[in-house]
Design a protein around this ligand. Structure first.
Ligand code: HEC
Length: 197
């Protein structure tokens, strides 16, 4: 084979390889943005669309059997609650200690299990029970959206429900329970946005 044709073929192969690398990288970046910082969306009826990728957001904490009312007996199989927040809001909070508009929290409640496979003591997470959103809307007001055990659009819980009063009275930063989210607590203290409650 002639030298020049070998050179040509090698160059073509190199170019094709570079094209694959560039295309692959762009897909990765596009996919990353689409799945992570998905925008807060509503339908024409004002219902919030279920954020399909909330499990790829920032995990803040998992409460186990938390209860806000006096009780005489300890629940033997208490639910877990997992709290996630949208990534852009998390980044804003880390630098300001406050929540920007379009912040979305997802509270995911799961049953707990205590015996299965090799586990003999302690609890691990089981089936999904309920998913609820807490959203700071474009006008700066907060609203709650109950998705239950599904992923259909949800209407806001009306103001006056106890969700609003408890969060307003006891949430340590802007109606959210930062006092129970360990990685945020010190940030809020440092930025002086925490109300000890
Ligand atoms: C008596 C107080 C109380 C009431 C009533 C209440 N919550 Fe909460 N909520 C909490 C606490 C405490 C947490 C923190 C949970 C944790 O640390 O895992 C929380 C966390 C949340 C979160 C995670 C984001 C955040 O704001 O910190 C959502 C979403 C949420 N609650 C939704 C609801 C909805 C919807 C209702 C009404 C149906 C409701 N809550 C009623 C006390 C309450």
């Amino acid at each position: 084979m002639e030298k020049s044709s070998v050179f040509l073929r090698t160059t073509m192969q190199l170019m094709r390889l570079m094209w694959f690398i560039v295309a692959g990288f762009s897909l990765l970046v596009a996919g990353g943005f689409a799945s992570n910082d998905e925008p807060l969306r509503f339908n024409a009826r004002g219902e919030m669309l279920f954020p399909e990728h909330y499990r790829e957001w920032v995990w803040l904490s998992s409460g186990l059997g938390m209860s806000y009312f006096p009780s005489t007996h300890e629940n033997q199989n208490p639910n877990f609650d997992n709290v996630f927040v949208s990534p852009a809001a998390y980044r804003a909070f880390m630098s300001t200690g406050t929540w920007p508009n379009a912040t979305v929290f997802m509270l995911e409640i799961r049953a707990s299990r205590n015996r299965g496979s090799i586990n003999l003591a302690g609890h691990y997470q089981g089936d999904l029970q309920d998913v609820e959103a807490h959203v700071k809307k474009a006008d700066g007001h907060w609203a709650f959206y109950p998705f239950g055990n599904g992923n259909k659009p949800a209407a806001a819980i009306p103001h006056g429900a106890d969700c609003y009063s408890c969060h307003e009275q006891h949430g340590a930063v802007d109606t959210t329970f930062v006092q129970f989210y360990p990685t945020l607590l010190n940030v809020a203290r440092e930025k002086k946005t925490l109300t000890e409650k």
